[in-house]
Design a protein around this ligand. Sequence first.
Ligand code: ARG
Ligand code: MN
Ligand code: MN
Ligand code: MN
Length: 314
Amino acid sequence: HSVGIIGAPFSKGQPRDGVQLGPDVIREAGLVKKLEGQGCVVKDYGNLIFEDVSNDEPIGRTKQPRVVGLANKQVADAVQRVKNDGHTCVMLGGDHSLAIGSIHGHAAYRPELSVVWVDAHADINTPLTSPTGNIHGQPMSYLIRELCTKIPVLPNFSWIKPCIAAQDVVYIGLRDVDPEEHHILKHLGIKTFCMTEVDSLGIAKVMEQMCDHIFSKIKKPIHLSYDIDALDPSVAPATGTPVIGGLTYREGIYITEYVCQTGLLSAVDVVEVNPKQAKREEEARFTANVAVDLVLGCFGRVREGSHAADYKIP
Ligand code: ARG
Ligand code: MN
Ligand code: MN
Ligand code: MN
């Protein structure tokens, strides 16, 4: 695997300080060395540098639209560049508003994508349905073609063109969906595997059915957008909007192993790791280690172990 890493130290899609430290704590947990240790060729593009925007007044309820729009344009350009360089892209967030730029930039390189969204939340509020005004709860609404008539004009958002069809999106891990979001998901017929389906089917059947759905017509490259809060707070406590009753470590890792096995993984986001939300330092380190393990699973790590093809017993 050839992997290109982008750090996106950005927090303004939500109100809690600390999520901008995600890229650095995930790197400090040994991401690059561990990827290389399993045979990946890694290019770390470093962290993006985001400009501040003064007087970023809310538009309606939507908070800090100008700075979020601007940052996402930078992410989109960076992801497109990593894809043009021939790598599978890993975008380390930062909050989940960054998926706007990551998916948009990916789609600029590969217009036909499927999106696997692993999250406790659907993040599909429009600016008009959002109960909080936080853009990290809205990214999918800007990207789905079928919702384009529902999106009001926002400053610095005019470059965003909806690029994903509702039928090419699958959710896994949902357990905190706003009523308006639930309506949108049902109305558009989006495939969801909420925690109830994880419980009833088991994660293996969920992944099988997920692939049956996204590969029912043609096999499109996969954009995996992984919110660390999909995992149970006992596994990933250092995050801004934890929700009880989430994926186990094993289920979380199984998702990455399965997506890797499809051979179609083209870009990954790992978002919402917030070390400042940890009650103690070890919770922050633990969450960062789990984030690293998710990325390793995306790039060939298997729990049975592995060895080089030319290995000989000494
Ligand atoms: N649904 C809520 C909202 O719209 C929470 C979203 C949480 N999103 C996240 N990326 N953690 O604000
Ligand atoms: Mn979430
Ligand atoms: Mn369901
Ligand atoms: Mn999310």
